[in-house]
Design a protein around this ligand. Structure first.
Ligand code: 5AD
Length: 463
């Protein structure tokens, strides 16, 4: 496709937020490419700018909002499309932003190219007649709530600029943790058909991706909505679909992006023992205080959490367990926070993502008493981040002297090569550039930073 001047139209996509968004953006880029568009960077001149937004915290939402305003202001001649969680939760607000031409949420993404095309056709005329107003295009029926939420099959052909590809296999969440806005933004649990998962991973592996990271909004819920009739393979859960990926030609590793503690099944642990799944689990804890967990509607206690993680560790040597912890949830006292901190320390996490509780309108926690002042949240956050760094270093130190395989991503900024082990240690090593995208056996020699080590390639002359 080209315009009157013979130029192929150009599209830039900016992604905020989670791995699911990254996947969705990749799928959208694929759809534009198929329609004849060239993909450019968002700081280049483009005919179409797509912003795939995030609202998980107030800060993420503010960033999304500011970016949409800026892009719309800076590119009055281009078509501006807003996608993802921001328009899904704050549709009217997005429709009011001057210069926004197309608004889709977290579904109907298969309509995006078509809507953008319509907008491009009418854009010039509309823009000349009334700069910064124009039309707002939304998918048919998107005003009503009556439409079903189905899993939208959005395949990707490649994953830009990475050694590993993220593959989305699940959408939506029905957990309704009391702080979280995501169930409202993403809708109910929908699982990708296992046949489609296998086909996509097979394609990516054939294209050279040795590692895939399976992702979803509530990944552990995979398969809950699938009956045997949805699949040629009968009923499947997460472990079953991972098992189907074992032995696909060219695929060396499968990683899970995140898994809830009570969803770490023996079958998933078996897959780590069998070397199909990476020895790495990201298991959101949120709090180490039983009282706070109950108020969060999390359905487990710190003891439950410890039990499942200990059971997995007992069977998987070198298992990396990372987590998300929130500070300043309403009603969290200093004593609750100390409980959380002590529990986190006792778990020996390999990495810790700290979130300051952010009040999200429409969630139960937003109106709970005992909202914690910003200064207290900041102080607690600093203490947890420091603990996270200590634990990250300790985890790597515990692995020194061990053999590992590094999937080399490329040259490190500091010189030499860098890549990741299956248990998510970033390794700096010396070797030729041809090792990029190869699995190189190494010995871990020294801890250089939290989550990071230097390594020496084994049998360097033979590799
Ligand atoms: N405030 C702060 N952090 C949040 N998260 C989810 N909702 C909120 C909120 N309202 C964090 C959780 C989750 C991560 C992806 O985002 O820790 O694990």
């Amino acid at each position: 496709m080209s315009d009157e001047s013979g130029h192929r139209p150009r599209v830039a996509v900016t992604t905020l937020g989670c791995k699911v968004n990254q996947y969705d953006s990749e799928a959208l880029l694929g759809a534009f490419t198929q329609a004849g568009y060239d993909v450019v960077h968002s700081h280049e001149d483009a005919d179409v700018y797509v912003i795939n937004t995030c609202v998980v915290t107030g800060r993420a939402a503010a960033k999304s909002r500011q970016l949409v305003h800026r892009v719309a202001r800076d590119h009055p001649g281009a078509v501006v499309a807003v996608a993802g969680c921001y328009p899904q939760t704050e549709r009217a607000e997005v429709l009011d932003i001057p210069g926004v031409d197309v608004v889709i949420g977290t579904r109907d993404r298969d309509h995006l190219v078509e809507l953008v095309e319509q907008a491009r056709e009418s854009h010039l005329a509309a823009h000349l007649a009334a700069p910064m107003t124009g039309l707002r295009l939304t998918p048919p029926g998107s005003d009503g709530e009556a439409r079903p939420w189905s899993y939208e099959e959005l395949p990707i052909a490649e994953f830009h600029g990475r050694t590993r590809a993220t593959v989305k296999i699940q959408e939506g969440c029905e957990q309704f943790c009391s702080y979280c806005v995501i169930p409202y933004a993403r809708g109910p649990v929908r699982s990708r058909r296992p046949e489609d998962v296998v086909a996509e991973v097979r394609r990516l592996a054939a294209a050279g991706f040795k590692e895939v990271v399976l992702t979803g909004i509530h990944l552990g819920a995979y398969g809950r909505d699938l009956g045997a009739h949805d699949s040629d393979l009968g009923h499947v859960d997460l472990a079953a679909v991972v098992g189907r990926l074992a032995g696909l030609p060219g695929l060396a590793r499968v990683r899970l992006s995140s898994i809830e503690p009570m969803e770490i099944t023996p079958a998933l642990v078996d897959l780590m023992v069998g070397g199909v799944l990476c020895r790495h689990l990201h298991v959101p804890l949120q709090s180490g205080s039983a009282r706070t967990l109950a108020a969060m509607n999390r359905h487990y206690t710190p003891d439950d959490y410890r039990r499942v993680v200990d059971a997995a560790r007992a069977r998987v040597p070198g298992l990396a367990v990372s987590t998300d912890i929130m500070v300043g949830f309403p009603g969290e006292t200093e004593a609750d926070f100390e409980d959380s901190l002590a529990f986190a320390r006792s778990m020996g996490f390999s990495r810790l993502h700290v979130f300051k509780y952010s009040r999200r309108r429409g969630t139960p926690a937003a109106t709970m008493p005992g909202q914690v002042p910003a200064v207290a949240k900041a102080a607690r956050s600093v203490r947890l981040i420091t603990l996270g760094e200590e634990m990250g270093l300790a985890f790597v130190r515990g692995q020194l002297g061990m053999a590992a395989e590094v999937l080399v991503e490329g040259e490190a900024e500091r010189g030499g090569l860098e890549g990741l082990t299956d248990n998510y240690i970033r390794v700096l090593l010396d070797g030729p550039p041809e090792w990029q995208n190869e699995l190189v056996p190494v010995t871990l020699e020294a801890a250089t930073a939290p989550g990071e080590a230097s390594g020496r390639a084994k049998n360097i002359s033979e590799v």
